[in-house]
Design a protein around this ligand. Structure first.
Ligand code: MG
Length: 321
């Protein structure tokens, strides 16, 4: 094989324009994109006249390991994380901006694989990639940052609206990402490839966010840092206590138990991060939209309880162990 073999090329072998010319065809556009990549900025239309904006960054060695995640996995996960945040406000994503910060010795094939995974994940939900930025980095550094824009047909669902008497509901899975990560860390990833795949590419219930908003959800967020920790954020913002019942979570626990054992399964469901399912509160008489299930009640007090016992710790935090 010669050095000109595509799989052997490094970013340093291409000009920025040549690299972009290889990346752009992998990225989707959408009807909301008035002006796409190629000019100084993109121009995107937004139906409600207001724009949701959020950003999330993935760093190699912190947020993924190359042994476990392909470039395509990283690209797809970056889309999932960001669009889940838009859904958690009750909105629809309208476009993504993507920044790649990379050591020039990064294999071109990794970057194209990442763009392919990102493009496929965005295309699957009709979201355009509007543009982005490329920046070179010190040896070994590789980082993908996505900014998502979104639109909203009405008012957003905040974390602060939960009221005593509401029910707590979840859309999407619980604990799968954490269980997959635990198996990878134990070198047992082959025992449950579906859980590992979910960890590498979570599949948030994007449509359930706007549907919850339309149904009158009082508070909502996506589960990025674990059920207990994220529920604590709604509790704090709303000045209430979120009371969970393990009986309502037992199907989630039982689904994981054969792979990771009963107690790790319960812990994954309660504290597992990077699931990006949605947690919301609804008034007691509101019929839950499709895909939502009740897991507890909003009661007077503060913080989070599980079967009546206070739970304040557990879950993912970037800066404290
Ligand atoms: Mg979030």
């Amino acid at each position: 094989m010669s050095d000109h073999e595509p799989t052997k090329r490094r970013l340093a072998d291409l000009s920025e324009d040549d690299l972009l010319a290889e990346i752009f065809p992998l990225l989707p556009t959408s009807p909301q994109t008035v002006i796409g990549p190629g000019d100084d900025t993109a121009l995107v239309s937004s139906a409600g006249g207001r724009v949701l904006a959020t950003t999330d960054t993935m760093v190699r060695g912190r947020d993924w390991l190359d042994e476990w995640s392909s470039g395509a996995d990283v690209g797809a996960k970056a889309v999932a994380q960001n669009v889940a945040d838009i859904a958690a406000m009750g909105g629809q994503a309208t476009g993504l901006l993507v920044t790649l910060v990379a050591d020039p010795q990064t294999p071109l094939e990794w970057v194209l694989d990442m763009a392919r995974g990102l493009g496929e994940a965005a295309r699957a939900i009709d979201v355009a990639v509007l543009g982005g930025d490329l920046s070179s980095a010190p040896e070994g550094v590789l980082m993908v940052s996505v900014t998502a824009l979104g639109e909203l047909d009405g008012d957003p669902v905040l974390r602060s609206g939960a009221r005593v008497g509401d029910v707590i509901a979840v859309a999407g899975t619980l604990g799968r990402s954490a269980a997959g990560l635990a198996l990878l860390q134990q070198g047992r990833g082959g025992e449950a490839p579906d859980l590992v795949a979910f960890h590498c590419r979570p599949r948030p219930p994007f449509e359930q966010g706007p549907e919850a908003r339309q149904a009158g959800a009082t508070a909502m967020l996506d589960l990025s840092d674990g059920l207990i920790r994220d529920a604590g954020r709604i509790a704090k913002s709303s000045g209430v206590c979120l009371a969970f019942r393990t009986a309502a979570l037992s199907a989630d626990v039982q689904r994981l138990a054969p792979s990771v054992g009963q107690s790790a399964a319960l812990e994954s469901v309660l504290t597992g991060g990077e699931e990006h399912s949605l947690l919301a509160c609804f008034g007691p008489s509101v019929p839950l939209p499709q895909g939502w299930r009740i897991v507890g009640d909003v009661v007077e007090g503060e913080g989070v309880t599980v079967d009546g016992k206070a739970r304040s710790r557990g879950g993912w935090d970037h800066f404290t162990p």
